[in-house]
Structures are given as structure tokens and as C-alpha cells.
Design a protein around this ligand. Structure first.
Ligand code: PLP
Length: 412
């Protein structure tokens, strides 16, 4: 048993065996992959489902009357239903296939851009990924709207009272992440949404880091929009989800024009298709959409809560172990924290640490993690980040610890 069984109910060795990519050497050392917040690795069922799609049912969807087109359409729509169920959305047409989190946020921000007026306000948080900042800035700039930022305290927790002060009748939308990719902070999403709803303000939640690690119920949260990327939840790249409440998706203008999203086209004017097709112009990433369903089945087979418990135990172990390193500084010590460890070691540049770790076969991320304002809040240019997935082990954390001691020897 690689993993300490008293910390987890999962057979991690068996799970690891399902991920072919993990069984290779990098720089003559076994790979230890800790860059899961950037993208997770794929289990064999997901890899097989991709191949299976192209080997058996590949065809364009929603158009053909022929056999393969029917099969592909059914598989795509079954996947949409699986995702609806997983998020506990009320209606299947509230689930929109997009390219990923970035695309989902741009879709919503583009819609709001057309609804905004000068002087309107958009609230985002101080711990956002650039993809939940820049689309709003683009929208605001064009319409003369104003971006307001929810600040965070030194523990990397959003300051709720400050958020309350920012909300007012000029606020048109609030956008923030469920879990910060740079700090691991889990935000009090439900409370924050309830607060915005006091002003009838809709809320867009960036769930990119939450879906791999928590069960999300969009109705319980009462989220107006919720999005995530497939590739961070053991699925393929280039596909993701936007959940939107029907009333909001009806209100928003389409994002892109083209085939599939129309009801009738003439040069006098065009009418749009019903949801979800209104937001799904063109031939989509069919295989990706289907295989995202496979990835969702995969996490549900293991149990999202079991995954979270394992990752949490790993994080506690890592924090304890790495905390013994002299000069180790954790960035982001929120009480409610997911399995992301962002840190600095005194006197050592994150890039140098990452390079040495890579020589030891250990993959971490270094830099600003697409969250420069978050880094600025802590007056740092970046961090080293180790983020965990279901297949990580205690032994790998021991190697990370040893690796960092080596980094210190070389640079201190
Ligand atoms: C990764 C990530 C994004 C961007 O996701 P893409 O898959 O690159 O579109 C946005 N927000 C958070 C919190 C993320 O972790």
C-alpha cells in the first residue's frame, strides 16, 4: 500500500494503476505530478472513451438522420444529462457546453456587456484567475462600467463586510471563484450569493477548482451561473460547462453566431434557437462533451467526498512536513482551504525551486498562476504551487520535502 490507509478509504495504488502517464520516469526519477490545479491527468477509461468515440460513432450531431449521427447525438445529450444531474441543475437546457471556464466566463461577460450602461458596477474578488477579471474589464471598458474588488485579509479570506459594502443598486453582476487556484481558499459561495440576491444581483461562480474536489449543487447554492473546465476534472481539454439559470440564459444575447444556434436565418433578420443551442454555435467538441460525461462518471465511482478526504489528508501531511523546513512560507492559510499549497522559501526564487524539483522528477507550478492581482496582494511576484489529485501519495510528499531540502542546499 503506497498510501497510509488510516488516512483514506481509497486504494490509491489501484487508482494510480488507472493513470498510464504516471508510470514514467522524468529525469530518471519516477514522476510525481503536483500540477493538478493547472490540469489533471486522465484515467484509462477517459482515454479509451476518446478512442471509442472515433472508432465507433464519430459523426456530426443534431443534424443527420443517419444512424451514426443519431448515436453521436444521443451520447452527447446523455452526457449533458449526466452533468445536469451531477450539478443538480433543474433543467437539462441550463447546461451549455463551452470550451472551458475561460470560454464560459467570456460568454456571460459578453452577454452582460450588451446589457450594461455607463456607471453600472461589476464586483469581482481580489483572488480571481485572470479569466474572471479580464472579460469583465473588457465589458466594463466598452460601456463605462466600473469594476469593484472584494478585498481579502492576510489569511487569504475574502472580507465579507467589505463585500456587503460594495453591493448596491448599481451592481449588475458579481463574479468570483468557488476555490482559488492560487491559494486554495474555499469561498463561502452560498452566503455570498444570498447577499447579492438581496439586491437582485446575479452571481457568476468560477468553479474550475471546485468541481474536481467538492460536490456542487447549483440549486442549493442558488448560483445564477456556474462554470468549470473538463481538463481539471480528469477529462479532455477544450471542453467545459456553463450552467445558467434558464431565466438568465434567456435574457442574455447569444455569444457567437453560426450554425446550430439559429431557428431561422434570412437577410431580413434571424431568430435564435432554443436553449441550450442558442449558445452552442457551430460543430462542438463532440468527443470532448461525451468524454466529459465519462470523467464525471469516473469521479462519482470513486466518490467526490472520498477524493476530497484523501486530498485533504495529503494537504495536512504536506503542511506539517513542509512546515518544518526553515524559511518555508505558506501563502494562503484560509481556515477553509482546498488541497493547494502555494509557498515560498526565503531567499529562493520560485523558478529556481521548480527547476530543481523537475530535475528530481517532481512537477510543481511556479509563477503567478494567472492571478497577478492575488500575488500583488501579498507583495510577491509568484509562488511555488503543489496541488493534489486523487492519485497523489504520502510518499510523493516525502519526495517533495526532500527535494525542497535539496533546493535549499543548492541556493541557500
Ligand atoms: C484553470 C482556471 C481557470 C481557467 O480555466 P481554463 O480551463 O484555462 O479555461 C479559471 N479559473 C480558475 C479558478 C482556474 O483554476
Amino acid at each position: 500500500m503506497i498510501s497510509d490507509s488510516k488516512h483514506t478509504v481509497l486504494d490509491i495504488e489501484k487508482i494510480r494503476a488507472e493513470f498510464p502517464i504516471l508510470h514514467q520516469e522524468v529525469n530518471k526519477r519516477p514522476l510525481a505530478y503536483f500540477d493538478n490545479a493547472a490540469s489533471s491527468q486522465k484515467p484509462q477509461v477517459v482515454i479509451d472513451a476518446i478512442s471509442n468515440y472515433y472508432s465507433t460513432i464519430n459523426s456530426n450531431i443534431h443534424r443527420g438522420v443517419h444512424h451514426l449521427s443519431q448515436l453521436a447525438t444521443d451520447a452527447y445529450e446523455q452526457s449533458r444529462e449526466k452533468i445536469r444531474k451531477h450539478l443538480n441543475a433543474e433543467k437539462k437546457h441550463e447546461i451549455i457546453f463551452t470550451k472551458g471556464t475561460t470560454d464560459s466566463i467570456n460568454l456571460v461577460a459578453n452577454g452582460f456587456r450588451q446589457l450594461l450602461q455607463e456607471g453600472d458596477e461589476i464586483i469581482v474578488s481580489a483572488m480571481e484567475h485572470h479569466s474572471n477579471i479580464v472579460p469583465w474589464q473588457l465589458a466594463a471598458k466598452e460601456k463605462g462600467a466600473i469594476i469593484r474588488v472584494i478585498p481579502m485579509n492576510d489569511n487569504a479570506e475574502l472580507i465579507f463586510e467589505e463585500y456587503q459594502k460594495l453591493l448596491n443598486e448599481k451592481t449588475k453582476i458579481v463574479a468570483f471563484n468557488h476555490i482559488s487556484n492560487a491559494l486554495g481558499t474555499i469561498n463561502p459561495v452560498k452566503e455570498m450569493i444570498a447577499e447579492a440576491h438581496k439586491y437582485n444581483v446575479p452571481v457568476m461562480v468560477d468553479g474550475a477548482q471546485a468541481i474536481p474536489h467538492t460536490l456542487v449543487d447549483v440549486q442549493d447554492l442558488d448560483a445564477d451561473f456556474y462554470c468549470f473546465s473538463s481538463h481539471k476534472v480528469y477529462g479532455p481539454t477544450g471542453i467545459g460547462i456553463l450552467y445558467g439559470k434558464e431565466e438568465w440564459l434567456e435574457k442574455l444575447p447569444p455569444y457567437q453566431g453560426g450554425g446550430e444556434m439559429i431557428k431561422e436565418v434570412s437577410f431580413e433578420g434571424t431568430t435564435y434557437a432554443e436553449l441550450p443551442h442558442k449558445f452552442e454555435a457551430g460543430t462542438p467538441h463532440i468527443e470532448g462533451g461525451i468524454v466529459l460525461g465519462t470523467a464525471i462518471d469516473y469521479i462519482n465511482t470513486i466518490g467526490v467526498e472520498n477524493i476530497a478526504a484523501h486530498e485533504h489528508a495529503l494537504m495536512e501531511y504536506a503542511l506539517e512536513k513542509l512546515g518544518t523546513i526553515e524559511g518555508f512560507n505558506l501563502i494562503g492559510s484560509a481556515k477553509n482551504k482546498a488541497a493547494v499549497i502555494s509557498f515560498l522559501i526565503d531567499g529562493i526564487h520560485p523558478y529556481d525551486a521548480g527547476t530543481i524539483l523537475d530535475k528530481l522528477g517532481i512537477a510543481v507550478r511556479t509563477g503567478h498562476h494567472c492571478a497577478q492581482p492575488t500575488m500583488s496582494r501579498f507583495n510577491i511576484p509568484g509562488t511555488v504551487r503543489a496541488s493534489f489529485a486523487v492519485y497523489n501519495t504520502y510518499e510523493e510528499i516525502d519526495r517533495l520535502h526532500e527535494g525542497l531540502l535539496k533546493v535549499k542546499q543548492m541556493f541557500a
